[in-house]
Design a protein around this ligand. Sequence first.
Ligand code: 6CS
Ligand code: FE
Length: 299
Amino acid sequence: MTTAPERTVDLYPTRGATEVATPRQDPVVWSEPGTRGPLGAAELAGYERNGFLTVDQLITPDEVAVYRAELERLTSDPVLRADERSIVEPASQDIRTVFEVHRISEVFAGLVRDPRVVGRARQILGSDVYVHQSRINVKPGFGASGFYWHSDFETWHAEDGLPAMRTVSVSIALTENHDTNGGLMIMPGSHRTFLGCAGATPRDNYKKSLQMQDAGTPSDEALSELATAHGIQLFTGAPGSATWFDCNCMHGSGDNITPYPRSNVFIVFNSVENRAVEPFAAPVRRPAFIGARDFTPVR
Ligand code: 6CS
Ligand code: FE
């Protein structure tokens, strides 16, 4: 007798006929109060409340120089440019993003294992963690396009099969994040409402969504309600600063028309207790370089 593959309960319906909001059913901070780690109780309380926390200097200026040089090396490698891990800007064809840098670069693999980085992720998620996704966003000047409002978890649930909200992203600035060059914006507190979007996921959606997201985009009405309820915070910071944010924060970033690139490295840690299953709202899985299928804990 064949047994049907175990179906995980879908706590967060999305990409059906209509948009539907579901209250968050998961903790934000998963570790027990008092758990040892780099984050203090006040920082964790702020993360629970807002869905994010900032670190003014996660890595030193000297370390930033090493990662900047590695970003330059990767984004000027013609072989990598032709690889599907590299996404280009639609207009300029400049490199916009390189995925899976934690696997193709020993330098970025070292950053992932750094206790200042993985230690914070384990503390927030209350378990061992693996990398669901990593990328460098170059966001060059003179017109690099931004990312429209979205919840990362909405995509990672619908298309990569992450069952619960037990995932945290860290964006580490590798260039100055001014208030003018397309910085990250988050609606504080929006992580407590899951906004299921209307519209089915096209097959191979990632080929378009990583340049300009369509499926998984909230309506103007829903965004207006969230913005009215929570406001919008813009994140600026020096190279080496970092923003840690919950997978379900409503966030986005504007275009960068200044001469100043807004480059960052972006690492997504998922709990080993929240491994990807089958997509909850997509016909096929996304490639492993976008949604990891290697659940080996970071050591
Ligand atoms: O689709 C994704 O997985 C990626 N897209 C965006 C706009 N943010 C999260 C993630 O890197
Ligand atoms: Fe995002």
